[in-house]
Design a protein around this ligand. Structure first.
Ligand code: NCD
Length: 318
């Protein structure tokens, strides 16, 4: 059975079906009528991804099992595989996993009897991030065809760069990279442009954080980074009128982006986070359906009236 592990193995049709379902979840409230448990196993720090999975689960009525690496039996030497099997045995219906290894899924994917959702694999894959970036771009432009999307920053160490380049190319966009020479990755077959070219040509400029935790040595490119490679006030002024700025977060203000630009008119950074909830709801239900853990009739529109008033929708953030 198919887990949700990488963009590489997704077809354009599968991506579009997930984006459509996420849009449906954005418009109306749905919940599962069957009891479902999820385990969110995060072995790397996370604020947005972990919390938006939890909100996605709670909105659907899925019960999230608490897990904290610091207090878990992994501190006693238990492996990732045995931890995952434990959650399967005690009744988790879906496992959401983030781990620093690029290939953590290899030892699990043929041995688990519940679906696994990748919430981040080393520097290799971050497929739910790509879905939320794609839906944010679609909401803006209504199409991907011919859009110039430049991914800027620490390409070499970024799973967001890899997954997004694959997904946005599949969807019909022109993907480019830019960044300091130290942060380029020749094994990735996408054209590189300079930051100043990126500013002029991009419809979407996607900034990335320097992934210090994955650097083995000091990089001189990190010195005066904002001036050389970041989005400064001067550069922002030269962008196309309709161009938008994305960033997966966490933002290092004053490094990849001037602090005053984090919430500028072009920034969709907080909108990306809101969209993260809906795409994760879509991924979770799609996996539960595929594995036969729930069926279509287990997904119900919430009885969204109380005294004739619709229940409050999630805040819409720009
Ligand atoms: C990213 C990640 O963890 O890969 N953050 C996220 O999931 N929103 C990017 C990063 O850490 O720089």
């Amino acid at each position: 059975m198919k887990h949700f592990l990488s963009v590489e193995h997704m077809t354009k049709e599968e991506i579009i079906a997930l984006l459509d379902m996420a849009e449906k979840y954005r418009q109306d409230e749905y919940e599962l009528t069957k009891q479902v448990f999820s385990a969110n196993l995060f072995f790397e720090p996370s604020t947005r991804t972990k919390m938006s999975f939890i909100v996605a689960e709670r909105r659907l009525g899925i019960e999230a099992l608490e897990f904290n690496t610091e207090n878990s039996s992994m501190k006693k030497g238990e492996t990732l595989y045995d931890t995952a099997k434990t959650f399967e045995a005690i009744g988790a219906d879906v496992l959401v996993i983030r781990h620093e290894s690029d290939d953590w899924a290899d030892e699990l994917k043929d041995r688990m009897n519940v679906p696994i959702v990748n919430a981040g694999a080393g520097k290799k894959d971050h497929p739910t991030q790509s879905l939320l970036d794609a839906i944010t771009i679609y909401q803006e432009f209504g199409s991907f065809d011919g859009l110039n999307i430049v991914i800027a920053g620490d390409i070499k160490h970024s799973r967001v760069a890899r997954s997004n380049a694959q997904m946005l190319t599949k969807l019909g966009a022109n993907v480019y990279f830019t960044g300091a020479p130290d942060f380029m990755d020749d094994s990735l077959a996408y054209p590189y442009v300079t930051m100043d070219e990126a500013i002029e040509m991009s419809d979407v400029l996607m900034l990335l954080r320097i992934q210090h935790e994955r650097h083995d040595q000091f990089s001189s490119s990190t010195v005066n980074y904002n001036e050389h490679y970041g989005l400064t006030i001067e550069r922002e002024k030269k962008m196309k009128e309709h161009a938008i700025v994305l960033h997966p977060g966490p933002v290092n203000r004053g490094v990849e982006i001037d602090t005053t630009l984090v919430e500028c008119d072009r920034s969709r950074i907080f909108k990306q986070m809101s969209n993260g909830v809906y795409v994760r709801m879509a991924v979770l239900t799609t996996q539960l359906l595929k594995w036969g853990i729930i069926h279509e009739h287990d997904i119900k529109k919430r009885n969204s009236t109380f005294g004739g008033q619709p229940v409050t929708k999630m805040r819409s953030v720009n």
